[in-house]
Design a binder for this molecule. Structure first.
Ligand code: PEP
Ligand code: MG
Length: 325
């Protein structure tokens, strides 16, 4: 199997009926970087910057952040990298940062909320990214954005930092692209407004599932109570892909579901053309997509998603389809 996957390394991810898909990597530490080369991934779709902060015993200095981001960009060798700003708070507590205990940490003072309320941290992080990407393309995405206003505020932090850097004589990135994670359900009802503003969107299906179904992703009792191939969830995901296509806004999905071949095939069938997965999943997902006929699978999925009296989950139908091929 491993050998088989290695043989696919240099091939583009193109389905049987000629649909091209970008397969990107989820990463977060220096040790992940050799995987870009090994897997032949098209870039890094999600770089979780909080990992550097979580393994450190004190707040990483701006220079250390900059050094890590530069290494990532160098390892990617011109392929796109989407850096996500700190997704801490809630249950991802930094030992050196004081935080009040919260009753509902997943819904608490975390991610971009913390970044906007305590902008010093966000500012230094953005500064480190801007410096690291001097003369190259820089993609930054913000986690847990729940409203258009939060994105606007985050964008102005980036603009101020860029202006500041330029007055200090630093060379700016060649291009700055800003995006949001789509993982808080309120954004599903603001898709047009958000798609118009951002350069890209990345669906965080782990959190989107958690918040849409009100199931704690860390609680084994409920985490798997609902299926990622549930009709309601797929309808929500398809909506994001459609709005992105209409606005010409790049949409990626970077949650764990994309790492499973059946789910990955389904995502392509409902309109996804870019997915970001853990390194071990690149081979299996690519193999499944190379063998996929998107038109054929769409003909199965679309009526099931439209039916008012169909199954609540498409897993059985999709599993049967995949087994038959
Ligand atoms: C997600 O929520 O799906 C996601 C990719 O981000 P994280 O798992 O880091 O919350
Ligand atoms: Mg998330």
């Amino acid at each position: 199997r491993q050998e088989q996957y290695r043989a696919l390394r240099g091939l583009p991810t193109r389905t049987r009926d000629g649909v091209d898909v970008s397969l990107l990597l989820n990463a977060g530490l220096l040790v992940d970087l050799p995987h870009i080369e090994e897997t032949g991934a098209d870039g890094v779709g999600l770089f979780r910057t909080e990992l550097q902060f979580m393994v450190a015993s004190s707040l990483p200095k701006t220079s250390a952040q900059e050094a890590l981001y530069r290494s990532v960009l160098e390892a990617a060798g011109g392929k796109p990298v989407s850096f996500r700003t700190l997704d801490v708070g809630g249950d991802k507590i930094l030992p050196y940062m004081r935080q009040e205990p919260e009753e509902n940490p997943a819904l608490g003072w975390r991610a971009i909320r913390l970044g906007l309320d305590r902008p010093a941290l966000l500012r230094t992080q953005v500064r480190a990214m801007l410096r690291a990407a001097s003369g190259r393309e820089l993609r930054i995405m913000f986690p847990m954005v729940a409203s258009v206003a939060e994105f606007d505020e985050a964008r102005s932090v980036v603009e101020r930092e860029r202006a500041r850097l330029e007055t200090h004589g630093h060379r700016a990135p060649a291009q700055i692209r800003l995006g949001v994670m789509v993982e808080v359900p309120s954004l599903l009802f603001n898709l047009d407004e958000i798609a118009r503003r951002v350069d890209f969107m990345s669906v965080g299906s782990n959190d989107l599932m958690q918040f849409l179904y009100a199931v704690d992703r860390g609680n084994a009792r409920v985490a798997n109570r609902f299926d990622t191939l549930d009709v309601a969830f797929l309808r929500a995901l398809r909506q994001v892909a459609e709005v992105g296509r209409r606005h010409g806004t790049l949409v990626t999905l970077c949650g764990e579901m994309a790492a499973r071949p059946l789910e990955a095939m389904t995502l392509v069938a409902i309109g996804y053309r870019s997915m970001s997965v853990s390194p071990a999943a690149v081979g299996p997902v690519k193999a499944a997509l190379l063998d996929l006929d998107v038109g054929e699978l769409r003909a199965l999925v679309d009526p099931l998603l439209a039916a008012a009296d169909g199954p609540t989950s498409l897993r059985a139908a999709l599993g049967a389809y995949a087994a038959k091929r």
